[in-house]
Design a protein around this ligand. Structure first.
Ligand code: ATP
Ligand code: MG
Ligand code: MG
Length: 350
């Protein structure tokens, strides 16, 4: 049987492994950490650093295709892997999404709307951008940010110097503040043959910079829903993409604005586990394995709630709730801000 290689051993890797196993695949993860969520459910684990080129070559030799659960894989590791096996989604999706500036340039190049943005290299460039964009604005590191980390809101131009200091010398971009009414995301998929399918958009609520809930159906007009799905398809096609992608959108009166894209399964797609015959994890495995995409049409209303840190104390109660499906990641320690699991609460179909 075929073996799916997965870079990264977190909860996304874990749920990808479970989905792969259900389709009869074996999985092999590459993850420097030891007792990680995916290691509990994968067949093989290369516990080596991404700088270990021999280990990467062995890993590639042990799998049929390489995919990943996070986008910050070092370029040098990808170079080694690419010589031996297909990487899906491909290098271009990673190149574009590893850097917020490259990503914004790609999106605007496609004719899609993003927040106004500027490359920030020093204090004068930040001051000039603030002058042009006005406040509030958000200064973000170009790389490695997640869960709202590496970003700072600037409410007044006088805060420029302090905000720049928080970037600790890392390359940054300034984004104009988008006055959105709410946030939604599209989880899209594209197969090896170019077939595209999107899940119903979900409505996302963040708390302290971290996704708190995703609800389907999202508050969207028919036109907005069509728009959201079509723009996701445009992104997938432009990248000749293979796999599942998350596209985060701001909903405004003037239309949809793309916040960011993630070249992988996405936290805001976890509702599909209880809302669709084929969820985002199976859809991703199907795509990277060269299978036809599955039926991702939504048959239920779902609210996905992330269980973060102390939320784990509520697990015994949630376990007794009618209509609640629990997904726990097997992480040993519940630290503040750490994603420990999620619960999908299923309602009637609409
Ligand atoms: P993720 O965990 O989704 O990868 P991230 O750290 O990459 O998060 P962003 O998605 O850029 O961060 O921003 C996190 C949240 O902050 C957004 O979902 C949105 O609520 C708010 N936000 C970010 N950029 C803007 C903006 N330009 N205007 C208004 N709100 C914003
Ligand atoms: Mg992000
Ligand atoms: Mg985001």
């Amino acid at each position: 049987g075929a073996v799916i290689g997965i870079l990264g051993g977190g909860q996304l890797g874990r749920m990808l492994s479970v989905a792969a196993s259900r389709l009869g695949f074996k999985t092999c993860i590459f993850e420097p950490g030891g007792d990680c969520p995916a290691s509990h459910v994968s067949n093989f684990h290369f516990q080596k650093p991404y700088e270990d080129e021999d280990a990467l070559r062995q890993f590639a030799g042990a799998v049929d295709v390489v995919t990943y659960e996070f986008e910050n894989i070092p370029t040098s590791a990808l170079d080694v892997l690419e010589e031996a096996r297909p990487i899906r989604p491909g290098r271009e999706a990673l190149r574009v999404s590893q850097d917020r500036l490259t990503e914004k340039e790609f999106l605007t190049g496609l004719g899609l709307r993003t927040a106004p943005y500027a490359d920030i290299t020093d204090l004068p460039s930040l001051e000039a951008a603030l002058e042009e964009m006005g406040t509030p604005a958000i200064l973000k590191t170009r790389r490695f940010g997640y869960d709202g980390k590496g970003q700072v809101r600037i409410n007044d131009a006088s805060e420029a110097e302090a905000a720049l200091a928080e970037m600790q010398g890392a390359p940054a971009i300034l984004e104009g503040f988008v006055a959105f009414s709410h946030e939604v995301s599209v989880i899209g998929a594209r197969g090896v043959d170019g077939q595209v399918a999107c899940f119903d958009p979900g409505e996302n609520v963040h708390r302290d910079g971290i996704l708190h809930t995703t609800s389907v159906p999202a508050k969207l007009s028919t036109a907005q829903r069509t728009d959201a799905v079509l723009l996701a398809g445009r992104i997938l096609n432009a990248l000749d993409y293979v796999g599942v992608m998350g596209v985060e959108l701001f909903v405004t009166r003037e239309g949809l604005i793309v916040n960011e894209i993630a070249p992988r399964v996405h936290n805001s797609g976890h509702w599909t586990q209880q809302g669709c015959a084929v969820d985002q994890f199976e859809q991703h495995i199907r795509a990277v394995a060269g299978w036809p995409l599955g039926d991702g049409s939504r048959y239920a209303d779902v609210v996905m709630e992330n269980l973060i840190g102390d939320d784990m104390d509520r697990v015994p109660d949630i376990a007794g709730e009618a209509g609640a499906s629990l997904h726990l990641y097997g992480k040993a320690e519940a630290k503040p801000g750490r994603k420990m699991g999620h619960v999908n609460r299923v309602g009637r179909a609409d």
